[in-house]
Design a protein around this ligand. Structure first.
Ligand SMILES: [Fe+2]
Length: 123
């Protein structure tokens, strides 16, 4: 894929039911409960390369993972090549009225990628 396409915005799969190898390597995979209680702490795991292993070497690695609740910024983890694995565990709580968790991951060679999952927050 051309450089200007990869770095011209946030990358999403063209067809979520038929992912390319590039998409499988870069899409962050979210693991969290489907339903949580407002204000209660819970765990979210974001892993890059779960669908297909992503390189983790000096010239090619995942630089960061960010977590959002809808458009609310929750957390970020900065990663380094070789010494950190692109799998991050966040402990968060949500205020309610949130519909989605969204994870962003940035590869130094292939840009920013986003995935989302629905979550129900009960009062
Ligand atoms: Fe990459």
């Amino acid at each position: 894929m051309p450089w200007d396409k990869l770095f011209g915005g946030v990358n999403k799969p063209a067809d979520a039911k038929d992912l390319t190898d590039l998409e499988k390597k870069h899409l962050p995979v979210l693991c969290a409960p489907d339903s949580v209680k407002a204000g209660a702490c819970f765990e979210v795991v974001v892993e890059v390369g779960k669908l297909l292993a992503h390189p983790n070497e000096n010239g090619h690695f995942i630089e960061f993972v960010e977590l959002y609740a809808d458009d609310i910024y929750l957390a970020r983890a900065d990663l380094t090549a070789v010494t950190t694995c692109p799998s991050v565990r966040f402990n968060v709580s949500l205020p309610g009225a949130v519909k989605q968790l969204r994870a962003f991951a940035r590869c130094n060679l292939h840009g920013v990628w986003v995935s989302a999952m629905s979550i129900a927050v009960k009062e």
